[in-house]
Design a protein. Structure first.
Length: 131
């Protein structure tokens, strides 16, 4: 039962971060910055999602070197701290602060995404995984 709670917690953290990046930020940036060139908004979104993918690849490799749990704990803890700092900026509507927050969250969610598939396989036996 504790393993099930851990796996649900890990997936919940990942799902909230992925939703925030792919749905909330993408829709919020277009409504908040209506006067900004749409191509610039597209570039920010593309660069953020690309940063997510790149950091997932790098963190997957780093988890092989330093350990999955260490990397997951680091990315989860820093995600809480960084998101808390950006929560203080919620009243600030400058484009550059918004883009910086988007890139930082993309980096942290990507660093969580890298080691998570291998880590979750530890919680379930082969019989459970393929039923």
């Amino acid at each position: 039962f504790p393993q099930l709670l851990q796996s649900v917690g890990v997936q919940l953290y990942l799902a909230v971060g992925m939703y925030t990046l792919t749905v909330f930020y993408a829709s919020h940036i277009t409504t908040l910055f209506k006067d900004t060139n749409p191509f610039i908004l597209f570039l920010v979104n593309t660069m953020g999602i690309s940063l997510l993918g790149l950091s997932a690849i790098i963190s997957g490799r780093l988890s092989d070197i330093y350990g999955q749990r260490k990397l997951l704990l680091w990315s989860a803890a820093s995600g809480i701290i960084v998101n808390g700092c950006f929560l203080l900026l919620r009243g600030d509507t400058t484009f550059y602060n918004f883009a910086l927050a988007f890139f930082a969250i993309a980096l942290l969610v990507g660093s969580f995404l890298g080691p998570i598939p291998a880590h979750l396989t530890r919680y379930f036996s082969l019989n459970t995984r393929y039923t």
